[in-house]
Design a protein around this ligand. Structure first.
Ligand code: DAK
Length: 259
């Protein structure tokens, strides 16, 4: 991967989009690297949580690469959109939780990338927005869909139609991010959250993510069946027996074993 740095701290992987001269903007190479990142995470069963952030102090990801997009034909634009959408969908459907640690500008494709993650936390310097209509295009990496699902259709429409950027405090108020930190506290907070998640039963964490994601895509009657099946599956795991057994025996459970 040319534009993504990958570091492992025990069960936590930290991936940094690293294209600082363009504020980490997403060109085709970065999208291909994100695809390779997902392959690498899937291949390593010891990773329990992925943190995604941007290099430098200014940007998480300042959008899709405008220089690359500017001269695309309709067919090329559709192919570029599909490339991004396919990668973002893979990220969203990654079995393990993904935390976006948004350390600055998260505009256009950058905001969309953060929304393909499970949890967003940010620095108080972060700026979010979907500026596409001001560039003569629609959001193209899932922004119209994920923003509406996260903050409601009315707020998503207002942000997308107006192309107005919002600061961290407003992102917190509308529920786009879960928490805001001073810049130097962002990565420690992300790692602490990741470590907390990593200590819980991995199969149960993955099943919970799948239940929420899959359930949100179908009517409630089908969604609760998805939950029932995933819940039932946990009762065939060693970690369920150990977790509940330890509670009943009034002792600390042994570290979960992912089986
Ligand atoms: N693309 C390419 N280069 C970018 C970039 C971007 N999105 N954002 C910044 N850069 C580059 C700048 O051109 C500059 O490069 P040099 O001039 O130094 O070579 C360098 O990064 C530093 O940026 P600035 O000099 O502009 O830095 P400032 O601090 O002054 O301003 C800024 C920071 C983030 C406010 C500003 O750079 C800015 O407004 N950037 C553009 C933000 C933006 O509009 N992002 C949304 C992009 S549109 C679709 C597929 C995808 C999409 C849509 C449709 N389909 C196929 C349907 C997605 C669209 C987008 O994401």
């Amino acid at each position: 991967m040319t534009h993504i740095l990958l570091e492992k701290k025990g069960p936590v992987a930290i991936a940094t989009v690293n294209r600082p001269k363009a504020l980490n903007a997403l060109n085709s190479e970065v999208l291909t690297d994100l695809d390779a990142l997902i392959d690498a995470i899937q291949a390593d069963e010891t990773i329990r949580v992925l943190i995604l952030t941007g290099s430098g102090e200014k940007a998480f990801v300042a959008g899709a690469d405008i220089a690359e997009m500017a001269r695309l034909s309709k067919a090329e634009a559709e192919a570029f959109g599909k490339h991004g959408n396919d990668v973002f969908r893979r990220l969203e459907q990654l079995a393990i939780p993904v935390i976006a640690a948004v350390n600055g500008y998260a505009l256009g494709g950058g905001c969309e990338l953060s929304m393909a993650c499970d949890v967003r936390i940010c620095s108080d310097t972060a700026v979010f927005g979907q500026p596409e209509t001001g560039l003569g295009i629609t959001p193209g990496f899932g922004g119209t869909q994920r923003l509406a699902r996260l903050v409601g259709a009315g707020m998503a429409k207002q942000l997308i139609f107006s192309a107005r950027n919002i600061k961290a405090d407003e992102a917190l108020r509308i529920g786009l991010v879960n928490a805001v930190y001073p810049p130097e506290e962002l990565m420690p907070a992300a790692e602490k959250l990741a470590e907390t998640i990593a200590k819980n039963a991995p199969i149960a964490v993955r099943a919970s993510k799948k239940a929420i994601n899959d359930g949100l895509e179908v009517p409630m009657d089908e969604a609760i069946v998805i939950e029932e099946n995933l819940f039932g599956g946990c009762f065939e795991t060693y970690d369920q027996q150990e977790g509940m057994g330890a509670f009943l025996e009034k002792r600390r459970h042994e570290p979960f074993q992912n089986r």
